[in-house]
Design a protein around this ligand. Structure first.
Ligand code: F6P
Length: 546
C-alpha cells in the first residue's frame, strides 16, 4: 500500500509475463480456448462486461489481481465506503456512494450520520419537483414553470446534462430542461432565446459558488430576468441553488429555503447523485431518479462484496492498467452504440482525466508510471465514419470500450440489428484484423485486376490484435445507467489506488484559473503583467478588438 506501481513486488513478474505474452495475439488466444467468452465475462446490475478481446490470459489476470491485492485496493475501498478521509490533500471523506445508499444505513463523518442529511435533502428535492411538475410552483406573474435552466460547469453540468440526455425516453415533458455551462455567452443566449422569464426556473449549480463561469452566467441570467420587468423580490421564485457555500448563494439572492446543500465529501465529478441531480429529477420525475440511484447502489454493493476475481469494476480497472502500463497504450476510446448516450464520453472524460490525470503520488513524490489515458469517444456508428480508421490501421493502438444496448426504445424495427451488427463487427475487426487470403479473393471476385490486387493488399492490411471491452445491457434504463456510471467511478478509483494518486482532487486546474484572472485584468485595462511574446501578442490583438 502507498507505493507506486513499479515498487509493488509482483510488478517484475507482470513485466516478464507481458514480454512473453506479446507473441500471442488475441486471435490466437481465442483459437486456443473456445470457452474464452464464458470465462471472461461477468454480469451484475443489468450489465455484462466481456473483457475477452484483450491480450490477457488467466495468468495475466492472476498477476493483475495479485497487484490489486498488494496495492491494498480492498482496504482503501472499505475506507472510502466507511467515510474515512481518503482525499488526503483536501482532508475530506469521499462519499458519493452514501448518496445512493439505503435510508437504513448509517455512515459517520466527523461524528455525524451523513445519511440523515442526505435523506433530508432528497426529501426537499422531491418536494420542489412535485411543486414544479404539478404547477403549484408559480412564477412572478402567476404562471406555472415550463422551463428549467441549469447553470453550472464541470461536474455541476456534465453529470446532470448527460443523465438528462440519456434518459430522454423518460422525460415527463411537464418542463423542458436546458443546460448552460460555457462562459461564452453564446451558450447562455441560445438558451435564453428559447425561454420565457415568467415561466423559467434557474438552478445555479456550483459546489463552491465561486466558479467564475457559473457565477457570471447566473448574474447575466438574473439581469435578463430583471430586465423583463421582474422585481428583485421575484428572484426567489425563479432562482434556486445547489451548493456547499450557502452564504454565497444567499448573497446572490437565492432564498435560504431554495438552497440545496451539498457537502465537501462529494466531489464535483461525482455529484450527480446529490442535489446536483435536481435537473434529472425534474426531467424524469422522482421515481426514475430513485431507480437511477438504486442502479448505482447495486453496483456499489457488488464492488464492496464481490471477490476481486469476479468484481466488475476491479476487472475493468485491471484491464485498463494492463493496457496502459504494460502494453503502453496512451488512449482509451468509449463508443456507446446508443444515440441517447451522446454525452457519455464527455462525462467520462472529466471522470477519468480529472480524477487520474495526475503526475504526483499521494505522498507528494512524482509518479513513476503512466496514469490516466486520454479519453475520447462518440456514439456508434458515427465514430466509425471518422476516427475508427486510426483504430484499425493507425500507428498507435487505442483500446475501445464498446457499450451495446440489446433492446432499442424506438419503433424503427430494422435499425437495431444493423446498429448491433456494426458494434460487434468493429470489436471483431479490431481483434482479428484482415485475412490477406480472403481480402484477395474478395477483390478478385469484384473484378479488380490481379496486378492491382497485389498492391492494394498492402494498403488494406489490418494486423488486428487491437483490444476492446464490450459492455452490454438489455435496455437503457435509469437503473442500468446508474450502474454503468458507478462501474466507471469505481474503475477510476481502483486505478487511482494502484497508481497511488489521489483521484479526488484537481490541483492542476488552478494555474489556468489564476492566469485567466490576470489576463482578464489586462483585457479590461486594470493591470499589466509580464508574459511571453505569444501571450502578450494575443492580448494586444484581443484588446484592439474588444
Ligand atoms: O475547475 C474544476 C472544477 O473544480 C471541477 O472539479 C468541478 O466539477 C467544476 O470545476 C465546477 O465546480 P463548482 O461546482 O464548484 O462550480
Amino acid at each position: 500500500m502507498n507505493k507506486n506501481l513499479m515498487l509493488i513486488s509482483v510488478y517484475p513478474e507482470l513485466l516478464s509475463h507481458c514480454s512473453c505474452l506479446k507473441a500471442d495475439s488475441i486471435k490466437s488466444l481465442f483459437q486456443s480456448d473456445l470457452t474464452r467468452f464464458q470465462s471472461m465475462t461477468v454480469s451484475v446490475a443489468g450489465l455484462l462486461l466481456d473483457y475477452s478481446k484483450n491480450q490477457v490470459t488467466d495468468e495475466t489476470l492472476r498477476l493483475l489481481l495479485q497487484l490489486a491485492k498488494e496495492c491494498g485496493v480492498a482496504t482503501v475501498r472499505d475506507a472510502m465506503f466507511s467515510g474515512q478521509k481518503i482525499n488526503v490533500s483536501e482532508n475530506r471523506a469521499v462519499l458519493h456512494t452514501a448518496l445512493r445508499s439505503s435510508r437504513s444505513e448509517s455512515i459517520f463523518v466527523d461524528g455525524e450520520d451523513v445519511i440523515l442529511r442526505i435523506q433530508s435533502v432528497l426529501d426537499r428535492m422531491q418536494s420542489l419537483t412535485q411543486k414544479v411538475l404539478s404547477g403549484e410552483w408559480k412564477g412572478y406573474t402567476g404562471k406555472r414553470i415550463t422551463d428549467v435552466v441549469n447553470i453550472g460547469i464541470g461536474g455541476s453540468d456534465l453529470g446532470p446534462r448527460m443523465v438528462v440526455r440519456t434518459l430522454r425516453r423518460y422525460w415527463l415533458d411537464a418542463v423542458k430542461v436546458h443546460f448552460v455551462s460555457n462562459v461564452d455567452a453564446h451558450d447562455l443566449e441560445s438558451v435564453l432565446d428559447r425561454v420565457n422569464p415568467e415561466t423559467t426556473l434557474f438552478i445555479v449549480s456550483s459546489k463552491s459558488f465561486t466558479t467564475k463561469e457559473t457565477i457570471m452566467n447566473a448574474q447575466s441570467a438574473r439581469q435578463w430576468f430583471l430586465d423583463s420587468g421582474a422585481d428583485v423580490a421575484d428572484v426567489r421564485k425563479h432562482f434556486v441553488a445547489v451548493t456547499a457555500n450557502v452564504d454565497e448563494a444567499e448573497s446572490f439572492g437565492v432564498h435560504e429555503a431554495n438552497i440545496f446543500p451539498m457537502w465537501d465529501w462529494v466531489g464535483g465529478r461525482y455529484s450527480v447523485w446529490s442535489a446536483i441531480g435536481l435537473p434529472v429529477m425534474l426531467a424524469v420525475g422522482v421515481n426514475h431518479f430513485m431507480e437511477f440511484l438504486s442502479g448505482a447502489h447495486t453496483m456499489d454493493v457488488h464492488f464492496r462484496e464481490a471477490p476481486l476475481e469476479r468484481n466488475m469494476p476491479v476487472l475493468l480497472a485491471l484491464i485498463g492498467i494492463w493496457n496502459r502500463n504494460f502494453l503502453g497504450y496512451h488512449t482509451l476510446a468509449v463508443a456507446p452504440y446508443h444515440e441517447d448516450l451522446f454525452v457519455f464520453s464527455r462525462w467520462l472524460q472529466q471522470l477519468e482525466m480529472e480524477s487520474n490525470g495526475k503526475g504526483v503520488q499521494k505522498n507528494g513524490e512524482p509518479v513513476t508510471c503512466e496514469t490516466s489515458p486520454v479519453i475520447l469517444g462518440n456514439t456508434g456508428t458515427n465514430g466509425q465514419h471518422s476516427y475508427f480508421q486510426l483504430f484499425h490501421q493507425g500507428t498507435d493502438i487505442c483500446p475501445v470500450d464498446f457499450i451495446a444496448v440489446l433492446k432499442p426504445s424506438h419503433s424503427f424495427d430494422k435499425h437495431h440489428a444493423v446498429l448491433l451488427a456494426n458494434c460487434f463487427a468493429q470489436a471483431e475487426a479490431l481483434m482479428r484484423g484482415a485475412d490477406p487470403q480472403k481480402a484477395k479473393e474478395y477483390m478478385l471476385a469484384k473484378g479488380i485486376p490481379a496486378e492491382r490486387v497485389e498492391s492494394l493488399l498492402k494498403q488494406t492490411q489490418f494486423e488486428g490484435n487491437r483490444p476492446s471491452n464490450m459492455i452490454v445491457m438489455n435496455e437503457l434504463r435509469p437503473e442500468t445507467l446508474g450502474a454503468l456510471m458507478a462501474l466507471y467511478e469505481h474503475k477510476v478509483f481502483v486505478q487511482g489506488v494502484i497508481w497511488n494518486i489521489n483521484s479526488f482532487d484537481q490541483w492542476g486546474v488552478e494555474l489556468g484559473k489564476a492566469l485567466a484572472t490576470n489576463i482578464h485584468k489586462e483585457l479590461t485595462g486594470e493591470a499589466v503583467f509580464e508574459h511571453d511574446s505569444s501571450t502578450a501578442g494575443l492580448i494586444e490583438l484581443a484588446k484592439a478588438a474588444l
